[in-house]
Design a protein around this ligand. Sequence first.
Ligand SMILES: [Fe+2]
Length: 217
Amino acid sequence: MTKQVIEPSGSSSQAIGWDDMLREKGYVLIEGSNPEEAVKYAKQLGKIIWTTDVQIRKSKGMLTSTRGLEFHTDHHHADYILWFCHQQTTLGGESVLVDAKEVISHMSDLDREVLRSINLFEHKIFDHDPEYYPLIDASGDVYYSFWEYDEVLSANDRAVLDRFSKLLHTHNHVNITLQPNDILIINNRRLCHGRTEIRGTQNRHLKRYWINKLGGA
Ligand SMILES: [Fe+2]
């Protein structure tokens, strides 16, 4: 696989390994690939545990709507997410990334302690999935879902979460508009991702792979 790998800083294209970039920056953009190679990249990172077509549908799901999506991580079993772009809309649909671990490292010790104690709602997808999962787990990995936490959190927990959320928005972002045949891979336990509203032709179609590095879910 010798496709063009784009330096995440956007400074220049360099012939360094895509996996090195992923490790260093938490994401990598690979341009001009194809669906078969996307699967090969995914399998080099672990086991594909879930595959989803991300495209506009007339359903209530946020993922398949045209709405923008706030910063979040996907399921905690997905160590990596790989998106392959089949088609992109003519306006919007931009992927936005932020390094959540970096953001957390800039917070106070007290706030970090509170974040470690917070469990967030998790969708049940795999057998034995817990209903809640820690925002920061024992290995320091991040899980951040923004839905349905109002009911179970104390006022102080909520205030710390709000601070975290605000910092995610003010920290350095990476904005990428995937083009057909591009691959974006992120470390889902380190980076949060979101997307801007899908406007224009709205014929955006991404294939999303969840990858577990240890081969299970
Ligand atoms: Fe997501």
